[in-house]
Design a binder for this molecule. Structure first.
Ligand code: GDG
Length: 556
């Protein structure tokens, strides 16, 4: 037994040493190669990369492909989300292609494209069925196919219970502190379970190997990791929760809290945007499940399965260089909305959602005009509010309240030829949004609570002229990475009004310094890093499990 122990332990130490050397060598290699070519260096980690090492890695599509090929060689990539990246809608007898307004889609599309994976999602478009093949698949993007979209069909009843009901009336308000009460109905929960089972079956159909790498997205699929794990024990399951996780006391009000935790703990990796949400999750597990929690490692052992719970701040794909100039965008936008050249333009872009603090920013604008009446007639607030979840009463109420408040402000401060707030409550395409970002003098992100918020990062990335000011809520995850924004409490209208004043009068040099710092962060910590770090952690978990299997089985 002792000899056996020595052999096992010795081989473990040697392998661990070899891996560590490989990491150092690859990092050194990366450093040398960085100056010579853009080719990615081999990369492997036994521990999480240190900040300094991380800074040496250039996170690109090539790097991501490379990680998949070398670190998870037999893992075909499968993404599962509720929202599909491309929707086919029948509009006036013609089929139109739409990219939905969703942070999740914005982040995952470039990853799936890069890895030529399969994306499984609910086929929600009125013409979706007409566009798929016999296996419900379609190659996308339609203009230059790079990966497979597998559409899943849901009945109206399933959709209502699982998506509108349990996910959006239950989990969404539960996880966001926005003072909207969650609604939990047993019938919705039944649908949620059934739809999670349906998606699990589709994952099994689409998996080409016993060990696929499956990226499960968001609060629509809390039960899916466990369901997949039961059928594919070797799969690498990376679950990312795009919204905040509440503290244990709040989470405890969910009648099916144990089932949700159990489901998520089928994952190999469970990711949140920030450490606070990881801590809240671990506290919830601690309170409601019998498990072993390793706080140092931020992992949970439960039912024979280990799950790492780590923060992975999501980001965006850095836009291509040499787009048309910011000045051109400003001219186009000003012309479209009939604004005089010396007008200041404030911008908001979001889905029409009560967590985004849209009403609060209008109240702040009202306060601002009251305090600084000299700005009346000299600034316009343009708000894009893409329709979202409009069948739900809370969203319908918000829409109506938005329209009412905008009318009130326009009535109070508007005059001939001057409308202080322009509300665009319709879907825009990405190039239109990009123009708006570049045309604006300032962008307001006043979320009451937000996992990350990609609009803040998109605005910064769009500003290659190093101009423009970002006003950012302290309750958005993005505020952790972008402290050079004007950080505000959206509940404090007076403070937000001061931020508007500061932004509108900020000297160009101050704008440049702040914008440059923020742009450096977003460029470096891009969406490829977000995915790459999760894949690397998944690879090292898989390796550790192999060692664990080898060391545990002979002794047991
Ligand atoms: C969740 C979390 C987290 C907006 N209007 C249109 C449109 N958009 C795009 C924006 C942006 C995305 O939608 C919104 O992203 P956010 O991050 O702000 O918000 P959520 O949708 O709530 O996303 C959030 C995110 O997941 C990622 O993890 O950051 O905290 O709540 O990309 O540009 N896009 C199009 N038309 C529009 O009219 N095409």
């Amino acid at each position: 037994m002792t000899a056996l122990w020595f052999i096992v332990f010795g081989s473990f130490v040697l392998s661990a040493l070899a891996l560590t050397l490989t990491v150092r060598k690859s990092i050194r290699g990366a450093r040398q190669r960085e100056t010579m070519s853009a080719a990615p260096a081999p990369l492997r980690e036994t521990q999480r990369l240190t900040a300094a090492e991380d800074a040496l890695v250039q996170w690109s599509p090539e790097m991501l492909r490379h990680i998949l090929e070398t670190e998870l060689p037999d893992g075909d990539l499968i993404v599962v989300s509720n929202r599909e990246p491309y929707v086919h809608e029948r509009v006036r007898g013609r089929i139109q292609l739409q990219v939905p307004a969703s942070g999740l889609v914005s982040a995952l599309e470039p990853i799936t494209r890069t890895c030529a994976g399969t994306w499984i999602a609910h086929g929600s478009g009125s013409a979706d069925m007409d566009m798929v093949d016999a296996n419900d698949r379609i190659a996308v993007p339609p203009s230059s196919p790079a990966y497979t979209l597998r559409r899943v069909w849901l009945t109206e009843e399933e959709y209502k219970g699982y998506y509108s009901g349990f996910a959006n009336e239950g989990l969404w308000p539960l996880c966001h502190i926005a003072f909207t009460r969650p609604i939990f109905r047993a019938a919705d929960w039944e649908c949620y379970q059934a739809v999670n089972r349906k998606f699990a079956e589709v994952v099994l159909q689409e998996a080409k190997t016993e060990r696929p790498v499956i990226l499960v997205q968001d609060y629509h699929f809390a039960l899916l990791p466990r369901l997949i794990r039961e059928k594919l024990p070797e799969a690498v399951i990376i679950t990312f929760w795009h919204i905040p996780w509440p503290n244990a006391e709040i989470f405890g009000v969910c009648p099916w809290r144990e089932e949700i935790l159990d489901g998520l703990l089928g994952s190999s990796i469970l990711g949140f945007h920030i450490q606070l949400h990881c801590n809240n999750f671990l506290d919830s597990v601690d309170r409601f499940l019998e498990s072993r929690i390793d706080r140092e490692d931020s992992s949970v052992s439960y039912g024979g399965n280990a799950t790492m719970v780590h923060p992975y701040p999501i980001s965006i794909e850095w836009p291509e260089e040499r787009r048309p100039s910011a000045r051109g965008a400003r001219e186009r936008v000003f012309q479209k909305f009939g604004l005089p050249a010396d007008m200041k333009l404030a911008l908001g872009v979001e889905r029409l959602d009560y967590t985004k603090g849209i009403l609060d920013r209008f109240r702040a604008l009202d306060e601002f005009f009251q305090q600084h009446s000299d700005w009346i007639g000299r600034v316009v607030f343009l708000q894009v509010a893409a329709p979202s979840r409009s069948t739900l009463p809370s969203y319908d109420r918000l829409h109506k309240e938005c329209i009412r408040l905008v009318a009130e402000i326009n009535e109070r401060y508007g005059r001939d030829g001057y409308q202080p707030v322009i509300l665009l409550d319709e879907h825009h395409d990405q190039s239109q949004l990009f123009d708006l970002y570049r045309a604006a003098d300032l962008c307001v992100v006043s979320s009451l609570h937000d996992g990350m918020n990609l609009v803040a990062k998109e605005f910064v990335a769009a500003r290659d002229d190093e101009r423009g000011v970002l006003i950012l809520s302290q309750f958005a995850g993005a505020s952790r990475e972008l402290p050079e924004a004007l950080i505000v409490n959206p509940y404090d209208a007076d403070q937000c009004a001061s931020a508007l004043q500061l932004a509108l009068t900020m000297p160009a040099e101050d704008q440049r310094v702040r914008m440059r710092l923020m742009r450096n962060i977003v460029r470096e910590f891009n969406v490829y890093r977000w995915a790459g770090r999760m894949l690397l952690d998944a690879a090292s978990t898989r390796q550790r499990n192999r060692f664990r299997d080898r060391t545990e089985s002979p002794i047991a």
